[in-house]
Design a protein around this ligand. Sequence first.
Ligand SMILES: *[C@@H]1O[C@H](CO)[C@@H](O)[C@H](O)[C@H]1NC(C)=O
Ligand SMILES: *[C@@H]1O[C@H](CO)[C@@H](O)[C@H](O)[C@H]1NC(C)=O
Ligand SMILES: *[C@@H]1O[C@H](CO)[C@@H](O)[C@H](O)[C@H]1NC(C)=O
Ligand SMILES: *[C@@H]1O[C@H](CO)[C@@H](O)[C@H](O)[C@H]1NC(C)=O
Ligand SMILES: *[C@@H]1O[C@H](CO)[C@@H](O)[C@H](O)[C@H]1NC(C)=O
Ligand SMILES: *[C@@H]1O[C@H](CO)[C@@H](O)[C@H](O)[C@H]1NC(C)=O
Length: 484
Amino acid sequence: MAGPTTQEPLKTQQKCIAIFALMCCFAVLMVLIFSSVDVWGDDEDGITEENCSNDCRIVLVENIPDDLSLLVDGRHHFPLSVGFHTLLDQAKHSVEVVSPVWDLNSWDLETMASTAKQGQLLFQRLLSLKSRGVKLKISSSVTNSAELKTLAAHNAEVHFVNMTAFTRGGLHSSFWIVDRKHIYIGSAAMDWRSLSKRKELGVMVYNCSCLGLDLHRVFSFYWQLHDRDYIPSIWSKRVTALYGKHNALELQLNATWATAYVSTSPELFCTKDRTRDVDAISQVIQSAKTFIFISVTDYLPLVSRSFRGTSVTRYWSPIDEVIREAVVVRGVRVRLLISFWKKTHPLTFNFVTSLKSLCMHLHNCSLEVKFFSHNKEQKDDVQHGLNHNKYVVTDSALYVGNHDWVGSDFAINAGVGLMVKMKNNLTDSRLSILEQVKAAFERDWRSRYAKSLQGSKNQESKYRNLQQAKIQMEIKEENNPLSL
Ligand SMILES: *[C@@H]1O[C@H](CO)[C@@H](O)[C@H](O)[C@H]1NC(C)=O
Ligand SMILES: *[C@@H]1O[C@H](CO)[C@@H](O)[C@H](O)[C@H]1NC(C)=O
Ligand SMILES: *[C@@H]1O[C@H](CO)[C@@H](O)[C@H](O)[C@H]1NC(C)=O
Ligand SMILES: *[C@@H]1O[C@H](CO)[C@@H](O)[C@H](O)[C@H]1NC(C)=O
Ligand SMILES: *[C@@H]1O[C@H](CO)[C@@H](O)[C@H](O)[C@H]1NC(C)=O
Ligand SMILES: *[C@@H]1O[C@H](CO)[C@@H](O)[C@H](O)[C@H]1NC(C)=O
């Protein structure tokens, strides 16, 4: 048979052609990938991580609603609205804003009067950026927002991030970058409530192009998600994190040496070298030696995800775990201030009771939990005096973020956080940002709005009230106590 000998060269030829074609395809593919990658990320104005400024000023900003009577220390306390206006005063080239909500103009007649003024003022200032030649860029997952349309008509560039397509979550991130050198990160959104009825806390960092550069990379990432419904597996170097848990930025905050970095979530949004929010929080808790003060709206170590219409709930341990270890193993004093409001999940009480019971019969052990609640009855949708803070402060570090400490939030919602660790201990930097945030925490903790779950006799009735409310909530949850 001659078959094998005559067909052999033919086969090799075919193989060659096939390989050549494959290589061509591969080359074209590579060109395509790299050209698309090049489009990702944009210019960084000549400032690099080598020559960025790390001699920064940090300012604590808070919104304390008028109807909460909290003693505010005027020397160190800056109203949030003043902070936003100061940032806008500094703007020369660009203002970049990410916010979960765009609702600065309240149309509610009852609240139109005085309380909503701050929101309107801020909106007007954002509109007027155009006349000063300052570019306004906004990343948002809000569709059909009249305010975004108005801003877009006034020269703002608005990019839409379809969170539904990525994680079925929400864009909860809330931050500002001004001229790539001044930043804001905190609990407040572009919502008139954040500037009036809700208690918010955040930080502004000025003259800090190193942090500005890095946070801008997070912004660039959102910016590039515009009109996409997938996250590419290859990233431009321009969205790679500059700093993180293992290579934090060394900087001066009001002449005090510290390290800092920006963290993000969900994991899908953590580009190369970017530290996850959960890991930043864990680092803050694990580095504490004497105290850990936590202030969040909700605390719930559960993750709930829906698959094909059914909801699957899992225990989510990372933060719960490090708190338990700090309390029991290292003898660190922990205080947890949680909001008690209409959306408090009933299982919150079970989880905090479990945490508290850890200290039973232990000498050097202290874990206290209080619920922050405004006494005023909540009739309308507006939650008066809600403590919307999301931070943890310890003897050596601070984390201010956008998420409540609920597993599902970290798993599917986008958020950012700022981790700051002081180089020296508190005793030699009396006026450090840690001292100020700690003072804010203690003010809230000692206020009449913070209620313990247990203790003296009159506390007991409060506990019963909480229990009663809890039962009412369980009834409202309609046979599905685990729904989040
Ligand atoms: C920072 O360095 C880059 C590249 O090394 C340079 O192009 C830029 O002009 C520098 N910027 C400043 C403000 O010195
Ligand atoms: C977002 O993505 C989802 C799922 O891919 C899609 O159904 C929806 O239409 C998108 N929304 C917008 C506003 O593009
Ligand atoms: C930032 O630096 C500039 C120039 O060094 C200075 O004029 C300004 O006061 C600083 N801003 C703050 C908030 O410290
Ligand atoms: C545990 O003991 C250390 C050293 O005696 C002390 O400084 C610390 O305050 C104690 N912690 C608690 C929670 O009592
Ligand atoms: C804290 O600061 C004081 C005063 O500078 C110093 O004496 C002490 O050793 C420091 N403690 C730690 C743990 O760094
Ligand atoms: C840092 O300096 C600024 C401006 O001088 C001041 O407003 C702010 O309160 C200071 N922050 C801290 C933590 O001392």
